[in-house]
Design a protein around this ligand. Sequence first.
Ligand code: UD1
Length: 433
Amino acid sequence: MDCFVVEGGRPLAGTVRAAGSKNAVLPLMAAALLPEGETRLERVPRVRDVTTLTELLRSLGASVESGVPGMLRIQAPAEGPTEAPYEVVRRMRASVCVLGPLLARRGRARVSLPGGCVLGVRPIDLHLKGLAALGARIQVEHGTVAAEAPPGGLRGGRVFLSGPQGPSVLGTANVLMAAVLARGVSVLDGVALEPEVQALARFLTDCGARIEGIGSPRLVVEGVEALEGRSVRVPPDRIETGTLLLAGALTGGRVRVEDCRPGELVALLDLLERAGVPLRTEEGPDGGGAVEVRPWERRPRALDVTTRPWPGFPTDLQAQWMAFCTVCEGLALVTETVYPDRFLHVAELNRLGAAIRRSGPTAVVLGPAQLSGAPVLASDLRASACLVLAGLAARGRTTVRRVYHLDRGYEDLDARLRGLGAEVRREPDPEAP
Ligand code: UD1
């Protein structure tokens, strides 16, 4: 097991290209179970979740070839195994998004229940409700969801896909992937609007699916007999981009992220600008572009944030924003509405000298703190990134342990940060069991 050793206290400076989006590539890979031909994915990030899903797709009888770096070619036969075992789902919750495609194409699926995680309870009731609305018979037994299409296959249905915390991202993906091959028309309301869901819907349309309302809360899907495989370029990772920009802002440095989509970062960019971080944004007609954060002369002021589904501030940047707030002037309330328990990083940030108190779904951050390096434990993917960021701003050495969390979703984060002038080394963790 590795750890990151961060020697903090120096402003970052440099340019980096955004990697392909982890949260976009996973549903796109699952969608490759649907078409008859080959799906070709470009700009696939080199992250462990992709390796895990590759393993799962292969166990389902799909061929997954990599060859050229950043490219995956996937082809799945109509017949084949239909079970996603606990051993894989346990490692990666997003494995659940093979449920919809398997049910639609192979008429049945067995997927182990993902259970909770460090973000709190993570139910999949909305996924199951949506698939049931398409006629699937669903049984949950012995920790496994067994879903079966009715004779003749899934049929169109109506379903509302929002729960108390808002719409479900992977729930929308799952039900949409099932609806594209169902007989008749499906109306999916209260769907997630995240750019990754839109990318999936556009890809399915390219493959021959009939979907109206992409980008709106209602998707109307007219089922088709079959889909054809197509090529798709994975969109840039808005969470990775946000993380790198915050690393720049927090160290008072200059970081330019190229090949990203500034329009997908509006909530973060608006906050950074209002906090007083100088920004420059370039956006082309296709939405692609670059963002640069520049050194600040006056310490930025802390601003409150509340996480919300798209286009609100993403929960996946909450921990990194909190790290940024620790160096800002004043008091900031960080409120989680998507995962109200997503605060394990608070205690670790406090070990680095931050002054944060949590009360229910809100953390109160008082800055500026004089952060000083210490050993810290990463609890999940984004919390790990937050600790690396705090380490960059801290005086002295911070050791972030359990970086396997980071490897799930960030491509070569240590090398990318080194490219920006940071002193970050990956080392075997001497204290790992
Ligand atoms: C996806 C992202 C994850 C991100 C999250 C919220 C991927 C691979 N993962 O996860 O990085 O943090 O969106 O933006 O894309 N809920 C229910 N019932 C359900 C499903 C979800 O109540 O059936 C609740 C969840 O507990 C949570 C909220 O809805 O409070 C949002 O969860 P959801 O959008 O489903 O998250 P994921 O799609 O799993």
